[in-house]
Write a protein that binds this ligand. Structure first.
Ligand code: FUC
Length: 773
């Protein structure tokens, strides 16, 4: 993709927030509207959350657990639900919201008759530079405004450049609970607190350079006169240090950040920002078609009306990578339900960390899309949940290890939230898939030992204790099951007609346990290569439990994969969650080649969900792309990606649940990657789910499990060439739509073993690149 094509652009300013353009550095985020006489930039700082830490454990939970379990095994689901609701929820079971920080306002004087006098307006977000620009001609004045957020300097930079002098005012505002103040001749600020007990926060706005005249007033407004050029920098901070410590001094932090810029200029700030941004962003290139040279909103409309624009999918994919870089950088919190971009004080679902799919989906693209560093905040976050998660495991379940239920916040919330569907203690176990994925993609043994394994072990210890053998009179007598259990947020109808959602051994739980135990065992074997006696005893406990897990079941009646331990009827057959297909994606217990019958049953489950209106939310649609990619059905994967773009995407390309929720962007990006490249099944598989609409294309810099980085192109829907680079010495198995030969960099054939018509394997050496033809 030509660098000039890596842009979202528009012919008009944003009329509302969902048209504004996101910028961010993991810690600070902003939405740029691109106004003409008046500009609004809505700012976020990732730690500005309402609430505080306190003990929400329910002392009644553990005592009620055996009774609840018995009732569920005895088919008394509703009695169990009632007792659990009274005893097992967090106390209280609600969390508070992540909040908008403030608005930055810019008001230019003397610009009237905008509609008639403004010409050549263009607003764009350049993904390659991370800079949002508005450009227009007003009368005889040309104006340009660039806005970016630097991860190196931790500031937002606004660079204003006009070819005639202009006068304007700039100030920060947050009406509810903050005050704008004057700080010095070139700096104004904002200071506030959430409620009387919440976080303190502060933001400083400073003119770094201008050729105009600056003055400030007591209301915290900065007035710039007769300037053709002006660079404004903004810092923001809160008193949050971690869940136990909120004693930071935000004004001091803001000042320190700005004082580091003394003597710098916009050019240097921009260069530092570009080097950092492009080091991550430019690792992956993709081409699926030609850029039609139209504004992004028009391209979306054309697609909605049945037009063709393969390259818009490529832009959407790169935008997903860009969003991950903007909302999750080393040292930051992970991307929440809205990434980092939120204009509410009380956001939808509190813009929280939802752990029954949403937080995980945010990170599906991280490894394959070559942004492994951006995955790290999730592991830091998990480590910070462990302490409370261990208490929850012990107090609520009498178990070792750590757990988190279906949502969390920045205060170490790990107890069941909201209602009985919140009594779902396998959120932590699902999260444990992520550090393992980082290891298999990156092959960093030290990371495995120090970060991944301790998290996975704690998750596994909890699961081992939480699982119990199903009693004699049940469908899976003697097998290990979870209890209590849910298939996230879905309900079932029992034979007697009653509807419930509370059960034991829901399929998803069994698949999560399977995945966790399998990964834990693989992690132990990897570490044993350096240390043969590592975890021998624990290893045997885990393999024993794995062999006793209740099996996945195919309904004899419908041929679908059962969502629950019993073949219940579904009152909402088009439900947005497709939890029982976890084993197909993101897990890999179900594959076309190893478990064809289960794969067929999974497909039937998908068909059934879809024929009843499934996939209606953004993230749900994005999950479908991944499922069909794993089923190697390029057409259905494409159809769902198309639906994601045409039905669940806002004019600024952000996903809409509705309302805006970022998981669909990340799930869609991961899904597209999954259509082009898979590696979960012991082979690097090129083009496993290529749709007819992308007959020709090229991608570079994607990563595959095993420590490989690949570039490849295709024509007439068949692989043309590929390059594969190995980080470690490894046996590399590659698969495509035809027989492949392997050569070294100089074109010499190397020894490879033919596995089948389309699969060969060879021994890759560390640091070497191979040509595949
Ligand atoms: C899950 C989903 C909802 C929503 C919420 C944030 O609970 O079922 O659709 O995405 O997370």
């Amino acid at each position: 993709m030509d660098k000039s094509e890596l842009k979202l652009w528009y012919r008009q300013p944003a009329k509302n927030w969902v048209e504004a353009l996101p910028i961010g550095n993991g810690k600070l985020g902003a939405m740029v509207f691109g106004g003409i006489a008046q500009e609004q930039i809505q700012i976020n700082e990732e730690t500005l959350w309402d609430g505080r830490k306190f003990d929400r454990h329910n002392p009644k939970a553990l005592e009620a657990l055996p009774k609840v379990r018995q009732l569920l095994f005895d088919d008394q689901n509703e009695q169990a639900a009632k007792l659990a609701a009274e005893t097992m929820l967090g106390n209280p079971c609600r969390i508070d919201s992540y909040q908008t920080f403030c608005d930055l306002n810019l008001k230019f004087s003397g610009l009237t008759n905008l509609d008639t006098e403004t010409i050549d307006y263009r607003r764009e977000l350049d993904l390659d530079t991370g800079i949002a620009t508005s450009r227009y001609q007003f009368g005889n004045i040309s104006c340009q405004r660039d806005v970016y957020i630097s991860a190196v300097d931790q500031v937002m930079v606004i660079h204003i450049l006009n070819d005639t002098t202009v006068n304007f005012q700039v100030w920060l505002s947050r009406e509810q609970d903050a005050q704008a103040t004057e700080i010095n001749d070139t700096t104004v600020g904002l200071v506030g607190q959430i409620g009387s007990k919440g976080l303190h926060f502060s933001s400083h706005l400073h003119v770094l350079n201008t050729n105009g005249e600056i003055s400030t007033n007591k209301d915290g407004r900065m007035i710039i006169q007769s300037a053709t050029e002006c660079t404004i920098v903004v810092s923001a901070a809160t008193s949050y240090i971690n869940q136990d410590d909120t004693s930071a001094d935000p004004a001091k932090i803001c000042k320190q950040i700005l004082s580091k810029l003394t003597g710098s200029d916009e050019n240097r700030l921009r260069q530092r920002h570009l080097t950092d941004h492009q080091n991550l962003f430019r690792r992956v290139e993709i081409e699926l078609g030609k850029d039609p040279g139209l504004p992004t909103d028009e391209r979306l409309r054309i697609l909605q009306n049945g037009g063709d624009d393969p390259q818009l999918f490529a832009l959407y994919f790169q935008f997903g990578r860009y969003l991950l870089m903007g909302s999750s950088r080393p040292g930051s919190l992970p991307a929440n339900l809205q990434g980092i971009w939120n204009n509410h004080l009380k956001a939808p679902w509190n813009s929280d960390f939802h752990t029954n799919i949403n937080l995980q989906m945010n990170y599906w693209p991280a490894e394959v899309c070559n942004l492994a560093e951006c995955h790290r905040p999730l592991f830091d976050y998990m480590q910070n949940l462990v302490h409370e998660g261990q208490r929850t495991a012990k107090i609520h379940y009498g178990a070792k290890g750590w757990t988190v239920h279906h949502l969390s916040d920045i205060w170490g919330f790990t107890v069941p939230a909201d209602g009985i569907w919140g009594i779902w203690p396998v959120g932590g176990a699902w999260l444990c898939q992520h550090p393992w994925e980082q290891y298999i993609f990156g092959q960093d043994r030290q990371f495995l030992r120090e970060v991944a394994y301790p998290l996975i072990k704690g998750g596994t210890e909890f699961m081992l204790d939480f699982l119990i053998p199903a009693p004699e009179h049940t469908a899976v007598a003697g097998k290990l099951v979870t209890n209590p259990s849910h298939s996230p947020e879905n309900q079932f109808r029992k034979k007697d007609g009653t509807i419930s959602q509370f059960t034991y051994g829901a399929t998803m739980d069994l698949q999560i346990a399977h995945d966790l135990f399998t990964n834990c065992l693989s992690a132990i074997s990897e570490i044993q290569q350096d240390d043969a006696s590592f975890e021998i005893e624990f290893q045997s406990d885990v393999s024993d439990a794995l062999s006793k897990l209740a099996p996945l079941q195919i309904s004899p009646e419908t041929g679908r994969l059962q969502e629950w331990i019993e073949d219940y009827d579904e009152p909402e057959p088009g439900h947005r969650h497709m939890s029982h297909l976890y084993g197909l994606h993101p897990g890999c217990q179900i594959t076309l080649r190893n478990t064809p019958q289960l794969a067929e049953a999974a497909r039937k489950s998908l068909d059934y969900r879809l024929s009843h209106g499934g996939g209606h939310t953004g993230w749900s649609r994005a999950w479908l792309v991944n499922f069909f990619a794993r089923l190697e059905d390029g057409q259905l994967a494409y159809q769902n990606l198309l639906d994601l773009l045409t039905r669940c995407t806002l004019p600024n390309l952000l996903d809409t649940h509705p309302p805006f929720q970022i998981d669909g962007n990340f799930g869609g990006t991961a899904g597209l990657a999954e259509m082009l490249l898979q590696s979960h099944n012991d082979a690097v598989h090129f083009l496993p789910a290529l749709p007819v609409d992308w007959p020709t294309g090229r991608v570079a810099g994607l990563r595959a499990r095993g420590g490989f980085t690949v570039d490849f192109s295709w024509a007439n829907r068949s692989i043309e060439y590929a390059f594969i680079k190995a980080q470690k010495a490894k046996i590399c198995q590659i698969r495509a739509d035809r027989h492949l030969t392997v050569k070294d960099r100089s074109g010499e054939m190397i020894n490879s073993q033919v596995v089948d018509d389309c699969t060969v394997s060879f021994s890759a050496e560390a640091g070497n690149e191979y040509q595949i033809q």
